[in-house]
Every structure is written in C-alpha cells, then in structure tokens.
Write a protein that binds this ligand. Structure first.
Ligand SMILES: [Zn+2]
Length: 323
C-alpha cells in the first residue's frame, strides 16, 4: 500500500505543464499562431519562476545545513524531546537536519509571546517527529505557526480552558505555549498538542479534513476505517490507550491515534496491534522497537476512565475543521 503523503511539488509541475499546453491550444484556436506563441512565452515565464523558486529553496536549505548543528539546540532536544532521545544515530542526524530545514522555511510567530529558540525548537520537533520517516517531505501545506500565551476559546480570548491548539485548513497551526511545554514535559501520557495539530495537517485533502491519513490508497483507507470502527467502542468503555476525545469524530480519532503512537508506543503495539502496525507503516517509524532497544518495559495498562458526561475533555486540544 502507498502510505507516505505525496509530495506536492510534482503535482504543481504537472498541473503547470498541462495548463500551459491547454492554454496554448485554446489561444492558438482563437487568436492564431502569434497568440499561441505569446501563450507559450507566458507559460515559459511561469515555469522559469517556479524553477527559480525551487532553486532559491534549495540554496536556503543548503545554507541552513552548512554549519554544524548548534550544540545548545542539541542540549534542548536532549532535555525535552523523548523521541529525539530514542532514535537510532542515523535517524537522529536526519532529525537534526529536518529540524533546521523546518525552522528555515516555516514562520513561527508569537502572539503576546516572545519566540525564544527553545520554543521554536519545540514547534519544529513536534512536526519533524511526525515526518522523520519521509525524507522528501516539506510540510508544504503549512504556512505559519502561531504561538499563544495560554489556552483560548473560539473567540480567541486567552485564559479560557477550552482550546490548547488548532489546525486550520488554510495552513495555520495555533499552539498554546503552556500546553506545548507540558506535552514535551510528560512524554508518555499519550497527550501532545504539537503532534495532535500537525497530525491534522496530514489529514488535509485540498481544503478539508476527512480523518484518513493523506497518502493512504483505497486498501489502506478501508483498513483504517475498519480498525477505527473496532477501536471506538473500546475507547468509549475506557479500555483503550487512546483518549476517548477521539471517539466521536474520525478527524479527532486520527490525531489522538498519532499522539498515542509516539507517546505510548509500547502500549499501543501491545493492546492495539493492527492500529500500531498501520501507523508504523504510514510513518515509516517504529518507536516501540526503539523503546525496546533502550530497555523500556511496559507498566500495567493505564486504562483511561470514561470522561464524565457533560464535561469537555479538559486537556484535549480541539481543532476547527472549517469555517
Ligand atoms: Zn483535534
């Protein structure tokens, strides 16, 4: 099955080529050969602009990777990122490269927050944890990350214990700084607002979320839906590693499953083997095996008690799906 999300650039190139051909043909039909020639010239300019952009991006990446990885950044990652610490050496080196590329290409803006290096690293580490197994992946659908000083509500008022993160279909991810820090501070509670919100972007098909990981072919999508239907009753009974926040919405199920995959890998593999296998194939990563290698063993199952009726999951990040 095809699993990794497709890279967008080849699609852009193919669309441009087809568009230029059709445009030239139409202009040729209606405006004669000179018109067609003008259309071809315009198309050539567009292709040249795209090529220039690709070259500029390649140069920026080369610049970002030119110097050795900053040692202070390594100290931050060792202190905060459990995933970084469990990686085999070759993947840890790739993590560092991907992190620098992410930071070079993606704006991270504070809203009432000073964006210090440590915060930028936590944002980038959230995204790179997910995409590490896909060497050419560049988070094309992500335009900007906004950091908020606190949780917020649907009117974007701070200090209300409602939302700790949000992923928008147009490519903006919002993260509450305290929730992001807490997510890294407790690496095995299957809660991570950064993984959660970036997982929503992996679900982004054109301009909407549908709960199926982008890149799954038909067979993998069917399997995903079957596994989800089996898992949801267990979540509702409080017998799952997955938080029941994901039991009522396919989109949230995917995000919650991704959190558990990276934060409770051993428990997910033991208690939800097929889901673990699907995610390991999708992400091209095997965090449970890396936890085995560093000698971690599973504690008794931490079943989640059912959420009291009428109360929102207090710590769950929620996402606006469309507006
Ligand atoms: Zn969500």
């Amino acid at each position: 099955m095809r699993t990794a999300p497709p890279s967008i650039s080849p699609i852009a190139w193919a669309g441009l080529a087809v568009g230029a051909g059709i445009l030239s043909l139409l202009v040729g039909l209606f405006a004669g050969p000179w018109g067609a020639l003008a259309a071809v010239a315009l198309a050539a300019v567009a292709v040249a602009a795209l090529a220039w952009r690709s070259a500029a991006r390649w140069r920026a990446r080369r610049g970002a990777l030119a110097a050795p990885f900053p040692e202070p950044w390594r100290v931050v990652l060792r202190q905060w990122s459990d995933h970084y610490n469990r990686l085999p050496d070759d993947l840890r080196a790739r993590f560092e490269d991907d992190l620098r590329i992410f930071l070079a290409e993606k704006p991270i803006t504070g809203v009432g927050v000073e964006v210090i290096d440590e915060l930028r690293l936590l944002v980038a580490a959230s995204a790179v944890t997910l995409s590490l197994g896909w060497p050419a992946y560049d988070w094309e659908q992500l335009n900007e990350v906004l950091l908020y000083p606190d949780d917020f509500d649907r009117d974007y008022e701070f200090g209300v214990d409602d939302l700790s993160g949000q992923a928008h279909p147009w490519g903006t991810v919002i993260l509450s700084v305290p929730a992001l820090c807490q997510s890294f501070r407790d690496p095995d509670d299957a809660y991570h607002v950064g993984f959660h919100e970036f997982a929503h972007l992996l679900d982004l098909e054109q301009t909407h979320f549908d709960g199926i990981p982008l890149g799954f072919d038909d067979a993998a999508s069917r399997r995903w839906v079957e596994v989800r239907e089996r898992e949801i009753p267990r979540m509702l009974r409080g017998e799952s590693v997955l938080d029941d926040y994901g039991a009522h919405d396919p989109v949230e199920f995917l995000a919650v499953a991704v959190e558990a995959f990276f934060e409770a890998a051993l428990a997910l593999r033991r208690n939800h083997g097929e889901l673990y296998e699907l995610l390991a194939t999708y992400f091209q990563q095997d965090p449970a095996a890396w936890d085995d290698a560093r000698g971690l063993t599973l504690e008794p199952i931490r079943a989640r008690p059912p959420r009291p009726k009428g109360r929102m999951a207090r710590r769950r990040p929620r996402s606006r799906l469309s507006s």
